[in-house]
Design a protein around this ligand. Structure first.
Ligand SMILES: C[S@@+](CC[C@H](N)C(=O)[O-])C[C@H]1O[C@@H](n2cnc3c(N)ncnc32)[C@H](O)[C@@H]1O
Length: 311
């Protein structure tokens, strides 16, 4: 059997620069995946890493290393994971959102519209509802709404209606059957776009199945409590729904920008993060050429201040 190529870490140099690993410190890699970030952090300094992943196969692949502690679970529950390890605070928290190449490339996981497999899409196969459950049981309006909201798909109603018609005949069991239903529901003019017709629908289902945006919000809120003064929050996101959550969080908890010379904005809340680089950072042209996943990547990072949150 040929082995799927390992995941190539995205924006690794930029992530390391933002995280700035130092001896004696502790970092959380909330999206361990193939361990690319973790390995680089452990190589960069004599530090410790807590690697989190909700996919058991990622945990099973982790190397033995006395400075690495692995946790099977969701990064949205990071505070609970740290309590379980008796750790009060950390010096950095990095997230590389979404799915890994291993997950996409394994048809049996059901993430890919190009590879046949069961409609699963759960990163953690030990719990929760699968894409099969959504596609075969949700009402038409709810399906249309999520495809619109999380897929940003303007043909969401046509797609939901086609799903309902198809499943009235027999359950929609596999990725390729669903991809075909979606493709046929779209207007012919869609064919001229580079994107596979099912891209947005699959993205929407994956986000809902894994509660991805809620996970991100929980993790960001947790970062306020778990990062020590000077601790770094580093997030690599891959679509605008994710990036806008990170951007709004850093705006709401960062130094106030805006207002004007005549009407300066008054700061009435504590500044919990500073952002040395205010804008998002993109992958270099060279990396984007070599790794298509990097093309949509946006990195934002911030440094926790000494302000504590009122109890
Ligand atoms: C893009 S890959 C990370 C790749 C990693 N940075 C590397 O260099 O190999 C994302 C990984 O995060 C995991 N993941 C995504 N959302 C998660 C969540 N809410 N909690 C825990 N793990 C999550 C996925 O299972 C996947 O293994």
């Amino acid at each position: 059997m040929t082995q799927a190529p390992a995941h190539i870490p995205v924006m690794l140099a930029e992530v390391l620069e933002a995280l700035s690993p130092a001896d004696g410190q502790t970092y959380i890699d909330g999206t361990f995946g193939a361990g690319g970030y973790t390995k680089a952090i452990l190589d960069a300094a004599n530090c410790k890493v807590i690697g989190i992943d909700r996919d058991e196969t990622a945990i099973a692949r982790a190397p033995d290393n006395a400075r690495l502690t692995m946790v099977h679970g969701a990064f949205g529950d990071v505070e609970g994971h740290l309590k379980g390890l008796d750790i009060d605070g950390v010096d950095g928290f990095v997230l590389d959102l979404g799915v890994s190449s291993m997950q996409i490339d394994d048809g049996a996981r059901g993430f890919s519209f190009n590879k046949n497999g069961p409609l699963d899409m759960r990163m953690d196969r030990s719990s929760g509802q699968s894409a099969y459950d959504l596609v075969n049981t949700w009402p038409e309006k709810e399906l249309a709404d999520i495809i619109w909201k999380y897929g940003e798909e303007r043909h969401s109603r046509k797609i939901a209606s086609a799903i309902i018609k198809a499943r009235a005949e027999k359950p929609i069991e596999t990725t390729l059957v669903l991809a075909d239903i979606v493709a046929k529901a779209l207007p012919k003019s869609f064919k001229k776009y580079a994107l596979h017709p099912a891209t947005r629908t699959f993205q929407a289902l994956r986000i809902v199945v894994n509660g991805e945006l809620d996970q991100l919000e929980s993790a960001l809120n947790a970062s306020l409590n778990i990062l020590k003064e000077g601790g770094r929050l580093v997030v690599v996101s891959f679509h605008s729904l994710e990036d806008s959550i990170v951007k709004a969080f850093l705006r709401d908890h960062g130094a106030v920008q805006g207002g004007s010379r005549y009407a300066p904005e008054v700061v009435t809340r504590p500044v919990l993060f500073t952002q040395p680089v205010k804008k998002s950072v993109a992958a270099s042209d060279n990396e984007s050429r070599l790794n298509p996943r990097a093309r949509s990547a946006k990195l934002r990072w911030a440094v926790r201040t000494s302000e504590r949150i009122a109890a």
